[in-house]
Design a protein around this ligand. Structure first.
Ligand code: MN
Ligand code: MN
Length: 485
């Protein structure tokens, strides 16, 4: 069952479309590096093609008709797009699911400190990372600072050419004899992932006056908090002064912030042939982006088309914005009510009759680490969309195992639409394993399968995908949304 390299199948028109999709994708992941940024961008794109917010649709109180499009979100971090089909929703919907959170370093709630003449921001990593990969890279900070007055400040530093960047330092090789003996999971400790954020001290009022050749301030003059801090921790004080000037924030505002430290700079074409993409956060935006495009481009569908992009997959799909939250079910209930199909039983029937492509990245075969894979059942860059009948670990534990009948239907849908696909497992048996959001929606009794795009260096700051696979995923998702189950 050898699968061909899909690049060999492309004519001029395929190549033109492939490059168009890849360029849009590179721009999307370069601009959107947090779940909030991805959600906001997706909502803006949806509104531009006629999606209305669920709140507006409810306020209007008009019955949703086939062809109507609605979006809903939770906390700006997870969203659903619903395009009402001609068939009653009770007969099931077609769902594209993916996640928009990615591994990263999050600033702690009390992050700022000074040591050795430097200011640092302390972090707690998010998701599964090899910590040693995150040192000595240019880093950017994206996120929000919510203030007590109810306002929220957007932060995005390190992406524009004129912006400063940040980094986590590493010990020089010359002095690393002991460090180099440690095992890879401890060679850089989680608590050592502190972001270097400044080295210039704030002058005290006395120092500033002396430097300017002015009279020193009155001995009993009232001092601000920053002026007091400048006496003990002048570099941290200068950092806080800059944050106050730029964002109007004080140190306490870190308590109600979500600031994510991510690799700085745009995604790039990779290889002399430009066939691949090197970028941050491709797990799982490489599935989220084509899912979003397919949903937005859907012609009025026979079966209702749903795209759900969720947060928190990398830490177990938990919380209000993760797939295990009731957001999906509640939104479906609202939509069905507005479509004149309200009621608990109808909702249950709709969910049980639905079908889903739960899309997430899969491990791409890497010849440098060939023993971690079983070649007949590995994902390959350049062989198209990939389906994982099951994932899991230690004997498929924790996996949603898609039914053979569903896999057969999908083979037909993909073959009929000329979509290049292959199947794979997440590495060789007992090499490790992993899970996705597939098992969560499967609890409703719907057909769900893991699908997606193979990636090299998954969860590394810079991950590799193939443009061809992004294109085939886009084609596959479109074919799926147009299919009858
Ligand atoms: Mn993932
Ligand atoms: Mn992941």
């Amino acid at each position: 069952m050898e699968r061909k390299n899909v690049w060999k199948t492309y004519g001029e028109s395929d190549l033109a479309k492939l490059e168009e999709i890849a360029a849009g994708y590179i721009e999307f992941i370069s601009k959107n590096k947090t779940e909030r940024e991805c959600a906001a961008d997706a909502i803006a794109r949806a509104q531009a093609v006629g999606y209305v917010s669920l709140d507006d649709a409810r306020a209007r109180g008009e019955r949703l008709q086939p062809g109507d499009k609605v979006w809903a979100h939770v906390m700006g971090k997870a969203l659903m797009l619903v395009h009402i089909g001609r068939q009653p929703i009770e007969q099931g919907v077609n769902i594209l699911g993916a996640h928009i959170d990615s591994p990263r370093l999050d600033l702690k709630q009390n992050p700022a400190y000074e040591a050795g003449g430097f200011a640092f921001l302390d972090t707690h990593y998010y998701g599964g990372i090899k910590k040693y990969q995150w040192v000595t890279l240019p880093l950017a900070i994206h996120g929000v600072v919510a203030k007590k007055d109810g306002s929220t400040v957007q932060v995005n530093v390190g992406e524009d050419a004129g912006d400063p960047v940040f980094c986590v330092t590493d010990l020089l090789i010359h002095l690393a004899n002991k460090q180099m003996e440690k095992n890879a999971s401890t060679v850089v400790e989680g608590e050592a992932l502190d972001v270097l954020a400044g080295s210039r001290p704030l002058l005290t009022p006395e120092e500033a006056a002396e430097l300017a050749g002015e009279e020193p301030p009155e001995k009993d003059a009232e001092k601000t908090e920053l002026e007091k801090l400048a006496e003990k921790e002048p570099v941290k004080a200068y950092l806080l002064q800059l944050l106050a000037e730029k964002y109007g924030m004080e140190e306490e505002d870190f308590l109600s912030s979500e600031l994510e430290v991510v690799p700085a700079g745009p995604a790039r074409e990779c290889g002399f042939d430009r066939s691949m993409i090197l970028g941050y956060g491709q797990d799982d935006r490489v599935c989220a982006y084509p899912s979003l495009l397919a949903q937005l481009e859907a012609d009025d569908p026979e079966r209702t088309a749903v795209c759900v992009l969720v947060d928190k997959e990398e830490i177990g799909s938990v919380g209000a914005t993760g797939m295990t939250s009731r957001f999906f079910e509640n939104t479906m209930a609202e939509i069905m009510e507005l479509a004149g199909e309200g009621g608990e039983l109808r909702l249950r029937r709709a969910l049980a009759a639905s079908a889903m492509l739960s899309s997430d990245v899969s491990a791409g075969f890497d010849p440098a680490y060939a023993s971690a894979f079983e070649p007949k059942n590995a994902g390959y860059l350049g062989k198209g969309l990939v389906f994982n009948k099951y994932t899991g670990a230690r004997g498929k534990s924790g996996s949603n195992d898609a039914s053979a009948e569903y896999v057969a239907k999908l083979r037909r849908v993909m073959d009929d639409a000329g979509v290049n696909f292959h199947t794979c497992e997440l590495g060789a048996v007992d090499a490790g394993g992993g899970g996705t959001i597939a098992y969560i929606l499967a609890t409703y009794g719907m057909d769900v399968i893991d699908s997606g795009v193979p990636v090299l260096s998954m969860h590394a700051p810079w991950e590799v995908t193939s443009k061809a696979d992004v294109y085939e995923a886009y084609k596959g998702y479109k074919a799926f949304l147009a299919s009858m189950q």
